[in-house]
Design a protein around this ligand. Structure first.
Ligand SMILES: [Fe+2]
Ligand SMILES: [Fe+2]
Length: 321
């Protein structure tokens, strides 16, 4: 039951109508559901955000997926296989959430493979060694958790509920990455160097995962007002840095930032300037692997055409019976 917000007279005096219902629901921290009225711009923002998230999960299978056949043991292969499969599941979950807003899944896929919709910039970097699998789990899934835990309280119900399960799986991903790195750090000098090299390459792109600085973020203010987003990009980035520093210490790796230090006055770590021109370049399609990622996704979609046709034919046959 909805919590009471005051006397019957006060409630009667509240503005009525669909728009007022939407505003009240958001103000009370309750959830907007698919059948509720919502402003067109809210719907468009949700579709854009959920689609971009779904695309990121699906494209995100590629950098790690290429290591499944080369994982160094059966145990590592099984873990990596499970992790990559989880990401596929996250993508499907999220496409379903977008469908509750009236979006068409095949249209979203068409937009992804034609470059009209984005996915997270982080997946446009290559995975050069098996240590990258560990660092992606630790830093990339770690950053994803920072971003996504607050989304469990997002104002759009189906998205918020999907995030609960997704976050549980992401925390498994983060731990498996950290455990893999711990194992490598207990190994040979060459293995330790491999980990440090991977950390050097992934640290800055991980910080960019939180998006542009608040001052340049076009969507933040409206998304915060609608409670789609609960914290700003810079707040989440700071949280991630503060969380990662002691983890790097425990691991015995150096984060590649000479300006990284504890600031007792702020109660947070200060860190160096991010190269925003790199983020812009990668987002605009000119990162190291953008073309490859989209080409692989497009080929997979085309190769899967017969499966979609067969499923549709089967469904039509069932219906005719
Ligand atoms: Fe995921
Ligand atoms: Fe993940």
């Amino acid at each position: 039951m909805a919590p009471s917000t005051g006397t019957a007279e006060a409630r009667a005096a509240e503005p009525q109508g669909e728009a007022a219902h939407f505003e009240r629901t958001v103000a009370r921290d309750q959830r907007i559901e698919p059948r509720d009225w919502m402003p067109d711009a809210y719907r468009a923002t949700m579709v854009r955000q959920i689609a971009q998230h779904a695309h990121s999960e699906i494209i995100g299978m590629q950098p790690e997926g290429v290591w499944i056949t080369r994982a160094p043991s059966l145990r590592r292969k099984a873990i990596l296989l499970a992790k990559v499969q989880d990401e596929a599941g996250h993508g499907l979950y999220l496409y379903s959430a977008a469908e509750t807003l009236g979006a068409d899944r095949s249209e979203l896929t068409a937009k992804l493979i034609s470059g009209r919709q984005k996915y997270s910039s982080i997946f446009n970097y290559p995975t050069l060694t098996f240590a990258d699998v560990g660092v992606i789990g630790w830093l990339v899934d770690g950053a994803a958790i920072c971003n996504q835990v607050p989304l469990c309280r997002s104002s759009y119900g189906p998205y918020a509920r999907a995030m609960i399960r997704i976050c549980k799986e992401e925390s498994f991903h983060q731990r498996q990455g950290y455990e893999l790195l711990m194992t490598l750090m207990r190994g040979t000098d060459a293995q330790r160097e491999m980990v440090q090299d991977a950390v050097n390459r992934w640290w800055w792109p991980s910080l960019m995962m939180f998006g542009p600085p608040d001052a340049d973020s076009t969507h933040t203010a409206q998304s915060m007002a609608w409670k789609i987003k609960r914290h700003t990009n810079d707040e989440l980035r700071q949280r991630f840095v503060d969380m990662s520093v002691p983890q790097a210490d425990a691991l015995g790796v150096t984060l590649p930032d000479p300006d990284l230090r504890w600031n007792a006055e702020r109660g947070h770590h200060d860190f160096g300037e991010i190269d925003w021109s790199e983020l812009k370049r990668v987002i605009s399609g000119d990162g190291p692997c953008n073309a490859e990622r989209v080409a692989v996704r497009r080929a997979a979609h085309e190769d899967g055409a017969w499966v979609r046709e067969a499923a549709a034919a089967h469904a039509a046959k069932q219906e005719a019976r």
